[in-house]
Structure formats: C-alpha cells, structure tokens
Design a protein around this ligand. Sequence first.
Ligand code: ADP
Length: 173
Amino acid sequence: MTASRIGIYPGTFDPVTNGHIDIIARGTRVVDRLIVAVAANPGKGPMFTLQERCEMLQQQVERIRNGDGSRIEIRPFDKLLMHFVKDIGATIILRGLRAVSDFEYEFQMAGMNTRLDPGIETVFLMASERQQFIASRFVKEVALLGGDVNPFVPAEVAERMRRKVQALDRRFA
Ligand code: ADP
C-alpha cells in the first residue's frame, strides 16, 4: 500500500472566501489528506481572531464534507510554516494563484521554503475564473465601507462580517 499523501494549505483566511473554498475543494483531489493551516499572523492585524477564522473554515468544510470532506482538517499554527509542515508529516504545500500579481510573492516564498526543506514540494492551484479575483483584503474593505460581500464569501461569513463591522462602528461612534 502506498503511503497517504498529506498536503497543507496555509493562509491567514481572514476571512475564508469563495476563492479559498474553491482551492480547498481542488486540493482534496490532489492529496489524500488536506490540512488547512490557519496562521495566527497577529502582525497582519486580522479582522477576525484565530478562533473565529478557524470556526468559519470548519463550518464551510462541513459542507464540502458532503462529498469527501472527511479528509480535510482545520489546524491553527503560530510557528514557522516549514516546522509545522514537518510536525504534521506533510510533503506538499498547496497555494492558490490568482493574477500575475501573486506570482512574485509566491515564487519567492516557494523558493525560500525549498531551501529550508528540499523534500517539500509547493503545488499551485488556480481557482475557477469566477473566484480568481477575490481577495480577503478587498472583501474586508468592501464590508468596512458598507458594501455587499455576499458575492465573495459564504452567507455565514457575510453575516459575521456584518456583525463585526457593526461592533467596530459602535466602538468608533
Ligand atoms: P496569505 O496571508 O498567506 O496570503 P490568504 O488567506 O490571503 O493568506 O491566502 C491563502 C492562499 O490562498 C494563498 O496562496 C492565496 O494566494 C490563495 N488565495 C486566496 N484567495 C484566492 C483566490 N480567490 N483564488 C485563488 N487562490 C486564492
């Protein structure tokens, strides 16, 4: 029997978007077990806490689970990615590629990670055309300015964003 292939899909997921979900669904076809690794990333000043980001992902993964989602796990981490990769025994890092703009950053990161551990491959996946332009950063901007984020994130996430923005508005009122 061949060993099962463990892949890790790391990101900030602040919050999870339809683009991320598309990549997760594709990822399950590439690896046997997929760990969605949620980076604490306090330096990025996230809108949602690590726990909230994990909860939202968990909820969406339950959906994918209708298919074969039992192979997907959500795990928070706050160390060097390559150390976490080793801890869980993954051999593949999955990343999503959007436009050309992602390429430079992803290229450098994949290169550095290969230097840190040549045994780990980074595999890039592209979301479907409809989801490719979605970025958490822009979705947050739309939400903060009172726009409708429903085309970009699952309904539960849109609702959480609405409540978060309301709470922020109250704080600054
Ligand atoms: P990070 O802080 O690591 O960029 P993100 O949560 O923004 O974390 O993204 C995690 C991964 O998902 C990255 O590889 C990113 O390029 C990818 N990604 C995000 N949105 C999309 C999308 N709409 N289509 C394809 N890949 C995406």
